[in-house]
Design a binder for this molecule. Structure first.
Ligand code: UN1
Length: 498
């Protein structure tokens, strides 16, 4: 049972005020299909309003010294820590992920708050030499202005903090559109922002559909940057619309991540890594392991141990004790996964475990899908190329290390990869040759830490990174400053010979 009180209808948070929506949509707990609250479906009007207040608030906020801005972020972090349990329970309720993982995700947000608050006393630029006498040169970070933040349902709090905290510390104001499936985290964060003393209007939450609110943000002339995490399809739309306006855009899209298991790998450890990264959050992570590229010498041993270990994956409501795999987000998610099971079978892959919806008994009331394993998969098959976003893993046998790297890199995505091996030479060759933004050695494909850049190559994004100090590049402009203290006109590149 859930012991948290949730408002029947959520409200937008604009300029520090809470306002009702005109239309609403149900928010459903995927573990039970119960309606837990209703989320406003806002329109262009609310976006305009939010941008207007953000624009005004940003001017003041940018003038506040960064260490003072940081004090507020420290307080945000402290409050999140204080409310960690409460936030985690709400997160499980709206997203379905098991409570332990929800706690981990909230912790990721707390870490980000303290890390970015620390940036308040850094935000380093460079000082360098000028080419002329009595001249000073430096680069500084300047806020971009009003930022648009669009976040997905699979990590409704962590990803939001990767984007909003660097934006805030750098002196921007923002409009945040969370996924309509998971609005509770944004609602809670808005309360935390107020409680921490963030000035009204610095961060605004406008709930609603991507096609309405998201598009209004993308098109708004007073939003200077869009930071988006979501599907590749939507990401392309966001990028092309921003491109038409020369608007800066940071994208974090899909993944088709692989664990490579070499012939010298610790098989038990590999199985643990695969299980955690393939079935955690029910495989609904951008970083989820959906391919296992296994050396043929250990294929049988790995498969056997993997199948056995999968028997112990207890599936159910993430709020219950002992549950390892929670539900799928909604009906559409279930349909997509089911479609890929059919595709895999048609392509000739061997379905050795799962592959079906769970609907009997206690599963009847939620969206549950059996953890699935395909073997005899060829790297070119659609199930080995396309993102499924569910608890489905494909075993792809290879004959060598070189082939493993080639198969890993054969997809259009490049987010995360992993290799299990004891050979130090292979470790370093792999970290050089794996074409992904994140590489793990002797661990699964998930578990990114917030002080490192998060993002990927190829179709995973457009070269920007979330989290890490690199996130500041999305939310700042570099300004080069030259101070000539010679008292005379000195022409660059020309008067250098004097
Ligand atoms: C995502 O899947 O979109 O490394 C984010 C991880 C988490 C974040 C995942 N820390 O899997």
């Amino acid at each position: 049972m859930v012991d948290v009180k949730i408002k029947e209808k959520l409200q937008n948070f604009i300029g520090g005020n809470w306002s009702d929506g005109k239309k609403y949509r149900d928010v459903v707990n995927p573990a039970t299909k119960e309606v837990i609250t209703q989320v406003p479906l806002s329109t262009q009007a609310e976006v305009d309003q939010a941008v207007e207040v953000a624009k005004r608030a940003q001017k003041e906020w940018a003038l506040e010294p960064a260490p003072q801005r940081a004090e507020i972020l420290y307080e945000v972090g402290r409050l999140m820590k204080e409310k960690k349990d409460h936030l985690a329970r709400l997160l499980t309720l709206e997203n379905g992920k098991v409570l332990e993982e929800a706690r981990g995700e909230v912790q990721e947000g707390i870490d980000m708050a303290f890390y970015m608050a620390g940036e308040g006393r850094r935000l380093f630029g460079q000082t360098t030499n000028a080419e002329l006498k009595n001249k000073f040169a430096m680069s500084v970070r300047a806020p971009v202005g009003v930022v648009g933040i669009i976040t997905p349902w699979n990590f409704p709090i962590a990803i939001a903090t990767w984007k909003s905290f660097p934006a805030i510390i750098a002196g921007n104001a923002g409009v945040w559109k969370p996924a309509t499936e998971t609005p509770l985290m944004a609602h809670e964060m808005a309360h935390i922002f107020t409680e921490a003393g963030l000035p009204d209007g610095v961060m605004n939450v406008v709930f609603g559909a991507g096609a309405e609110v998201g598009d209004a943000m993308i098109q708004h002339p007073n939003i200077q940057v869009i930071s988006f995490t979501g599907s590749t399809e939507t990401g392309k739309h966001v990028a092309s619309e921003c491109g038409k306006q020369l608007k800066k855009v940071s994208l974090e899209l899909g993944g088709k991540n692989a664990v490579i298991v070499m012939d010298d790998a610790d098989i038990d450890l590999s199985v643990e890594g695969i299980l955690w990264s393939a079935f955690g959050t029910s495989g609904q992570r951008c970083t989820a392991c959906s391919r296992v590229i296994v050396h043929e010498a250990v294929k049988e041993a790995l498969e056997e141990k993997l199948v056995t270990a999968m028997q112990d994956l207890t599936i159910g409501n993430g709020l219950d004790d002992g549950i390892k795999v929670g539900p799928i987000i909604n009906e559409a998610g279930m349909e997509k996964i089911t479609k890929y099971i059919d595709i895999g079978k048609e392509e000739g892959a061997k379905l050795v475990k799962g592959g079906h919806v769970l609907s009997e008994g206690s599963f009847e009331t939620g969206y549950y899908f059996a953890p699935t394993l395909f073997t005899d998969v060829n790297g070119d098959m659609r199930i080995a190329q396309e993102e499924i976003f569910g608890p489905v893993v494909s075993l792809i046998p290879v004959a060598s290390f070189e082939e493993a790297i080639e198969v890993n890199n054969s997809v259009t995505y490049g987010l995360s990869s992993s290799i299990f091996t004891k050979d130090v030479n292979r470790v370093f060759q792999a970290q050089r040759d794996l074409d992904t933004g994140i590489v793990y050695v002797n661990a699964g494909t998930t578990g990114a830490e917030i002080h490192l850049p998060f993002g990927g190559t190829k179709g995973t994004g457009n070269g920007h990174r979330d989290s890490g100090v690199q996130a500041l590049d999305v939310f700042t402009e570099w300004k080069a400053v030259y101070v000539d203290y010679s008292g005379k006109l000195q022409r660059a590149q020309i008067d250098t010979e004097n």
